[in-house]
Design a protein around this ligand. Structure first.
Ligand SMILES: Cc1ncc(COP(=O)(O)O)c(C=O)c1O
Length: 472
């Protein structure tokens, strides 16, 4: 049923895009649409609601549903051209601030953390209670990971085209630890690492903590990381590793095609540079099948795959994993020396949840919820922000990357939003340069409430005010 109404909504949306239904026009009545699509009236009503939340329809009392397009055609943010030279990284302060403020005290558009309503809390609770009853099984060290957990992961990875055995997997404290372990194993302080630009701030922090320099490769809003840019950087600099989020990158939300993943993997393998793949949003596409990881194209063991359940189960589980490929010895050593092992209890609980089989069903509904929440937020931002704003169209995940009109500072907006009780992530956190000073990232994984609605309007007002000041 849920899938059916989304399909109807998608078809109507395409008809709107193709101009079959124009802005301001009334859609055919519910009965007509129900006959046309061969679905029930309640499915049509749900499709209407979905299109309203995506900003494509407006319900007028006793008159029906009318097409609205005006601001949903907002342009995408432009592709930045970062300085083509390696720079030291200093990303710590703002990121710590962003994550340490309490969720309930500020409107949570800042950190990319899903609202608990979206998470499978009941299943995690039940699995955790079950795990706690297993006694010693959950109380010993589990280096390099609990066999039950690694077996479940091996099954999931195999279904994505990555043929691994449980013994090829190391459990970690989230994806962030996996990335840091990989960087530590592959580099020494002062080395150069290629990253995406804009980049998830946690990757910048990981580089900073290991003392590395970043060379930023631009990300195109539709194609993803520029392979031409990466090739040039590989020719010019002694790059020791490359970190990429190929599926629904953070903050742009773009997903590389299989062909580009293949090219990325081949290019790096030929250059002898390991690829650290962060696939944390891979399970959350907005449309179609779960995309394959770049690791699925790896013939040589050159790809180090990192992921976690922070976006799909709960960030507080702190449960991730790494497939180190041919760097298994180095990375498992780093893991052991940094903290011996990942906590056993969450591994046993999550293995239980995966074994029980409800996870994929949960993911199907989570994908739709994140897509709807992101589109609703996108439409609200398009309506309330000034002309000249660009908004990403993410292919998965739940963040928006917003380019503010020229001259408006994301840092100033961040400050004014804080004073109004709203948290946002200012663009400057996403680079070692000041390239993204006029950008913001917004977390959309919040159920739509009056508070969220008002906060989006207030943000729009703040941006309008900042723009008026720059024009003075
Ligand atoms: C792209 C990306 N990688 C890694 C992380 C950190 O993940 P974890 O909580 O599993 O350490 C995040 C969290 O926001 C993220 O967005």
């Amino acid at each position: 049923m849920g899938i059916l109404y989304n399909r109807v909504a998608d078809q109507l949306q395409s008809l709107i895009h193709e101009g079959v239904y124009r802005e301001g026009e009334r859609l055919p009545g519910v009965r007509v649409l129900s006959r046309q699509f061969g679905v029930s009236i309640s499915t049509v009503l749900q499709a209407h609601q979905t299109l309203e939340s995506r900003g494509y329809l407006e319900a007028r009392e006793r008159s029906g549903h009318f097409v609205r397009l005006a601001r949903t055609e907002t342009p995408m943010p432009s592709m930045a051209r970062p300085k083509a030279q390696p720079l030291p990284v200093s990303a710590r302060d703002m990121a710590l601030d962003l994550c340490s403020v309490e969720r309930n005290t500020l409107v949570p558009f800042g950190a990319a953390v899903p609202h608990p309503d979206y998470l499978p809390l009941r299943q995690i609770q039940q699995a955790s209670i079950w795990a706690a009853r297993q006694g010693l099984e959950t109380l010993d060290y589990s280096f390099p990971g609990k066999p039950v957990f690694r077996r479940q992961l091996a099954q999931r990875m195999t279904s994505l085209g990555v043929l691994v055995a449980p013994v090829d997997i190391i459990a970690t404290n989230g994806a962030q630890e996996a990335i840091i372990l990989a960087l530590r194993a592959l580099t020494k302080p002062g080395d150069i690492v290629a990253i995406e630009s804009p980049s998830f701030p946690g990757i910048l922090q990981s580089l900073e903590i290991v003392g590395l320099r970043a060379i930023e490769i631009p990300v195109h809003p539709v194609d993803g990381i520029s392979l031409e840019g990466l090739q040039l950087a590989l020719e010019q600099w002694p790059i020791k590793a490359c970190v990429v989020v190929p599926n629904h990158s953070n903050p742009v939300g773009v997903c590389l095609t299989d062909q580009r993943k293949q090219q990325l993997v081949t290019m790096l393998s030929e250059a002898g540079v390991p690829l650290i793949e962060d696939d944390i949003y891979g399970d959350l596409p907005h449309e179609g099948d779960r995309p394959r990881p770049a690791k699925a194209f790896d013939q040589t063991g050159n790809v180090i795959y990192c992921s976690s359940f922070s976006k799909t189960m709960a960030p507080g589980l702190r449960l991730g994993w790494v497939l180190p490929g041919r760097y298994f010895a180095e990375i498992s050593q780093q893991k052991y020396f940094s903290n011996l092992a990942t906590a056993s209890l969450p591994q046993v609980a999550v293995a239980r949840f995966l074994e029980q089989g409800g996870y994929d069903r949960y993911l199907r509904s989570a994908r739709q919820q994140y897509r709807d929440a992101t589109e609703r937020m996108r439409a609200a931002v398009a309506r309330s922000f000034p002309d000249g704003t660009g908004i990403s169209k993410p292919m998965g995940g739940f963040v928006l990357w917003v380019e503010l009109p020229k001259g408006v500072s994301g840092t100033e907006v961040f400050g004014a939003a804080r004073a109004s009780g709203i948290n946002v992530a200012p663009g400057k956190m996403f680079s070692t340069t000041d390239k993204y000073e006029n950008y913001l990232r917004l977390n959309c994984a919040n159920p739509w409430t009056d508070r969220i609605d008002r906060a989006t309007l207030r943000l729009g007002e703040i941006v309008h005010q900042q723009l008026a000041q720059t024009n003075r």
